[in-house]
Design a protein around this ligand. Structure first.
Ligand code: SF4
Length: 391
């Protein structure tokens, strides 16, 4: 039988519930949505919306705008082409402010599910593109030029219907694989952060609800933001949340605007108890003096604070840093200190990507040795943390 966190009989490490989930049942306390809180507004305080007319007219678009009274709206032909936003290099200095204050609404026309086979079996058409957080290594802006605020796709019914059809067409999963032993895993957050999207719209909630009714599949998304509103979405085990973690010094330099790593770790038990599967992304691993010591400390911390019930079901992805020359140039304009650790030409090699930009990753031998070392650290400090995928 499962013991409550910190129960003396459980033998588990003490971990305070971060949000008092157990005490916050609706009949006991009027529930104020986190998204209406001052903390949420520090993340997203929308002052300006760019929208395709069809997105504005849609039920989801109208629902989003109803929560943003008085906000200035500029109609655009395409969410991809907003010259004053994406094509304006003067925006680099406002990189973070635009993420906080600007929202784009669009319609996603290309509804395709792509095979993956590494972190997830499939990449579902995402409900958003762009992010209010500002991780310096984030690959999402690679096609957006000089600004990368959240674009929300308002045709969520079409996205959900597409995913349902795709899941049903697969039938049951008959062979276990690294993604999951039983369920087809669909990544629903490839180009954004579903936890932050949930501050401004119900796309994340709709996808979680859809997967609740798909017993052969599971949604999965990585996040760096703890949004307690997600605890009320009742995923019934059909959504995997992957909290990304990295040593605190790296996160303070690189994970701009995210929830502190300790908060993400402290939220794990609450999310598990609310019906999520909880995994961890050890990502990105950034090589710099002292990285091994700091990852050892982080893994020790995970071992110290996570209750047994989280450890029993946890698994991890390890993802070494990749970077991009264009993003390097953008970052030099707003956060040059980050580039001191991200841009390490002597340890990295370049590769031209399909869209013509130059990607940068650790040289094969450096990467192989670093992955071997981090797996050793895991075996020593957090042997319960099964590695699902290392790249
Ligand atoms: S949280 Fe994810 S999507 Fe958002 S900026 Fe960071 S890496 Fe990019």
């Amino acid at each position: 039988m499962d013991q409550p966190a910190g129960s003396p009989a459980s033998g588990e490490p003490e971990q305070q519930a971060l949000f008092g989930w157990a005490e916050a049942a609706p009949e006991q306390a009027p529930h104020q949505a986190f998204r209406d809180s001052p903390q949420a507004r520090r993340m997203l305080d929308v002052r300006e919306v760019y929208a395709e007319p069809a997105a504005l007219d849609s039920p989801r678009g109208q629902q989003i705008m109803a929560r943003l009274p008085g906000v200035r709206v500029t109609e655009v032909d395409s969410h991809w082409r907003i010259p004053s936003l994406h094509g304006n290099d003067g925006n680099i200095g406002r990189w973070v402010r635009i993420k906080t204050e600007t929202l784009v609404l669009g319609v996603k026309h290309n509804l395709t599910t792509r095979p993956n086979g590494r972190s997830a079996d499939w990449i579902a058409p995402g409900p958003s593109n762009g992010c209010a957080m500002a991780c310096a290594y984030c690959y999402v802006p690679r096609r957006k030029g000089f600004a990368n605020p959240i674009t929300l796709f308002t045709n969520i019914e079409a996205i959900v219907a597409h995913v349902r059809r795709h899941v049903r067409a697969q039938g049951p999963k008959t062979e276990p694989n690294q993604c999951d032993p039983e369920a087809w895993v669909y990544d629903i957050g490839e180009n954004g952060d579903c936890s932050v999207d949930a501050l401004v719209c119900d796309n994340t909630a709709d996808l979680i609800a859809a997967f609740r009714g798909l017993p052969t599949a599971k949604a999965s998304f990585a996040t760096k933001f703890v949004n307690p509103d997600l605890l009320a979405l009742d995923p019934q085990g059909r959504t995997r949340v992957r909290f990304s973690v990295m040593p605190g010094d790296d996160a303070r330099l690189l994970d701009i605007r995210t929830s502190p790593v300790d908060e993400r770790i402290a939220a794990a038990a609450d999310f598990l108890d609310a019906g999520y599967e909880v995994h961890f992304n050890l990502s990105p691993v950034v090589l710099r003096p002292g990285w091994q010591r700091d990852w050892a400390d982080l893994l020790t911390h995970l071992d110290d604070v996570l209750p047994a019930r989280v450890k029993e079901q946890a698994a991890a992805e390890i993802i070494m840093l990749t970077h991009n020359e264009s993003l390097h140039e953008v970052n030099l304009g707003w956060h040059p200190r980050a580039e001191e650790v991200l841009w390490q030409p002597e340890a990295q090699e370049t590769k031209r990507s399909q869209n013509g930009s130059l990607n940068v990753r650790y040289a094969q031998d450096v990467k192989r040795e670093s992955l071997r070392r981090i797996q050793q650290l895991l075996a020593t400090h957090a042997p319960w943390l099964r590695v699902r995928y290392a790249f």
